[in-house]
Design a protein around this ligand. Sequence first.
Ligand code: SF4
Length: 370
Amino acid sequence: MNIELLEQILKENNQPKFRLGQIIKAVYQDGVSSFLEISNLPKDLREILNKEIKILSFEAEKVLVSENKDSIKALLKLEDGNKIETVLISPKPGVWSACISCQVGCPMNCEFCATGSGGFKRNLTAEEISDQVLFWKTQTPPVLANAKTTSPLKGEVGRGLKISNIVYMGMGEPFLNWEEVRESLKILTDPKGMNFGSRSISVSTVGIPGGMEKLTRDFPQINLAISLHFADDKKREKFMPANKNLNLEKLKNELEKYFEKSNRKVFLEYILFSKINDSEKDMRDLIKYIKSFRKQHLLHVNLIKYNPVGNNQETRSNNQKITKTNKFISSSSEQAIKFRNYLLQNKINCTIRKSLGTDIQGACGQLAQH
Ligand code: SF4
């Protein structure tokens, strides 16, 4: 919601100062989906607002609900015609996490990621970022009532839904758009606004020089996750060009500084690709890397089964020839368990993260602009 425009409209209509607070509370906290619903405003003001300002800075073009009803993905059309995606996932009953985007596309070009392969268009504004949470919080029932969904839940999902966590893990790299991401975090954590606790929010990065320092300076309580995926510089650089600017040693130095200042746990995200980063050598590389940290106990590895993008929806069978389209194939569940157990035996904190929303292309690495 554009607060500046709202203030201007209230001023032009000679409204008392407390009106702003009433409207912010109704939208950000009570979850009204239209200004017409704010019953403690005079009727003529409700109508003026309804005509002159929109609650959201985009329109939902498509909303998909996963088969097992634990994920919802929305394709949002911004005012300039660009499109982004946002996802709501439920890792356990009654708990919903909003996964939000911070850029249209992404310039980091990680080879396995649908967002990266679509290129970069522009940064999102703070309003466009925080509005994605507002969208899930306020608009889900009416939007779903009119949406194309793949589930009989049409019109049902989202009613009374409470968002517990927010993760900046959608499209884009947060530290390449820090000014706007920081403003969006202020909106989300403002006690008079959406009032989310800092500890319920996570920012995920591939590693941008100086990025973590900004996070500790501006939001020391917000969680940090690193998209690591490879513990060998050659491999990481091959699949993640960001490694050229911040290689594993430099990434470690930035993390050590982060630990000195925050003493907080950091999640290392590691997507498992069959025969690319799931061998015993890869396990040893990862263990060696983590053990080289002074505060290794603060690192927690999240193993993630790769989510196929586009037509690449198979698990590699033995001796299968690698072609361009099937270069990235998910490791088998057995290999994921073996990987996890090896790490645990070596006293590395590690979990296999449940993958949600793959059937609606709403899982990690699958977000695009279609
Ligand atoms: S994985 Fe993240 S940083 Fe890499 S291209 Fe995708 S969105 Fe960008």
